[in-house]
Ligand binder design. Structure first.
Ligand SMILES: *Cc1c(COP(=O)(O)O)cnc(C)c1O
Length: 356
């Protein structure tokens, strides 16, 4: 390894959770990676320490003005026992894009990936092996300088924590019910929609809560300017199959450029599907539904990989998609991407990075 991060092992290892009944994001491993940034010094002193609460000045800028970003990726134990990551270089790149938008100093992308590998290696015995489980990796950065007044911080903390996790949706790959939000907005052109930052999520809670109360699992967001074009779902990107065209929203600054989204596009194109990254209006979807051409819908994201959508409600129109069952495109993508992640399918795109 090019980087040498000192490791302080815990003297008090925790009991591992029951692999048969693993929730998503509730348990954390024995260690974490921490690194500091200070003006004039850059990123420094990356190290692995026992998992513990962070000490934080109450005036830390992140707590007041939300200068915070995060990432999400997973480690798997492959069918032949190798510990591996899925496209971690993409998370490093996206971190720097988000950082740029939030005026957080950039990070060396190699260092980022090596830090992820180092912490996963230390806690690799926490990687669950049951089907649809994984070690979820959460790197994040927050402004730590004590200061009241809006400006970019002069110091930051980069932390990586790990969570052995079961399927994102407790019932496994069941089609979900989505509500098309036509009052609240998540992002607008020129805003922070394409940055993976805390502020985007705080602002989405209210709409999410209302949708839950109405019996829907997630929201399908429309564009913030016209409330006309479909954008994304909660923490995933959205795909629609209309006739034989597979459609997802274009990257124009308002949606998160998902790594799973990119992986789906690459798999679909390599298999000869007709794929479009284009504006798709909710009216076009309703029209296709009425004509019997709205064949499939699913969401893509690291947590659930592929999550089929069985029902979509817009105003008073309730659309049942593919009889409420998972469709063939969603199934093919899940099998291919999950297959590559656990080493069951050939790594035809060179996406797997072993942790050695
Ligand atoms: C993280 C995220 C996604 C999915 O990105 P992946 O890299 O595929 O996990 C999509 N939308 C939002 C808003 C997200 O936060």
């Amino acid at each position: 390894m090019k980087y040498d991060f000192p490791v302080t092992k815990t003297t008090n290892p925790k009991q591992k959770p029951d692999p048969e009944n693993l929730p998503f994001g509730k348990f954390f491993t024995d260690h974490m990676f921490v690194m500091d940034y200070d003006e004039g010094q850059g990123w420094h002193d990356g190290k692995i320490v026992p998992y513990a609460p962070l000490e934080l000045d109450p005036a830390s800028l992140a707590l007041h003005y939300g200068q915070e970003m995060f990432e999400g990726l997973k480690a798997y134990k492959s069918v032949d026992g190798q510990v591996q990551l899925f496209r971690p270089d993409m998370n490093a790149k996206r971190t720097n894009k988000t950082n740029d938008r939030l005026c957080i100093p950039p990070m060396d992308e190699d260092l980022y990936v090596e830090a992820v590998k180092a912490i996963v290696k230390v806690d690799s015995d926490w990687i669950p092996e049951k089907k649809d489980t994984s070690l979820y990796i959460r790197p994040f950065i927050f402004a730590s300088e004590p200061h009241l007044g809006i400006r970019a911080s002069k110091s930051y903390k980069f932390v990586i924590i790990l969570s052995p996790s079961g399927p994102y949706y407790a019932n496994g790959m069941q089609p979900t019910k989505l509500y098309v939000e036509n009052e609240y907005v998540r992002a607008a052109m020129g805003g922070t929609g394409e940055a993976k930052c805390a502020g985007n999520y705080a602002g989405s809670l209210k709409a999410q809560l209302i949708a839950h109360e109405k019996g829907f699992e997630q929201i399908l967001w429309l564009d913030g300017n016209e409330k006309k074009y479909v954008e994304e779902v909660g923490t995933s990107n959205a795909f629609f199959v209309i006739g034989d065209e597979v459609i997802t929203a274009p990257l124009r600054g308002t949606i998160l450029p998902g790594i799973t989204r990119d992986s789906c596009l690459k798999v679909l194109r390599s298999r000869g599907y007709k794929v479009s990254e284009r504006l798709l209006s909710i009216d076009e979807i309703v029209e296709a539904y009425k004509n019997g051409h709205f064949n499939e819908m699913f969401a893509s994201g690291t947590a659930a990989i592929i999550s089929p959508v069985g029902e979509l409600k817009y105003k008073d129109i309730n659309m049942i998609i593919n009889k409420g069952k998972i469709g063939p495109v969603a199934q093919m993508l899940y099998d291919t991407i999950y297959g590559i992640q656990i080493g069951k399918a050939k790594d035809e795109f060179g996406w797997i990075v072993p942790v050695k």
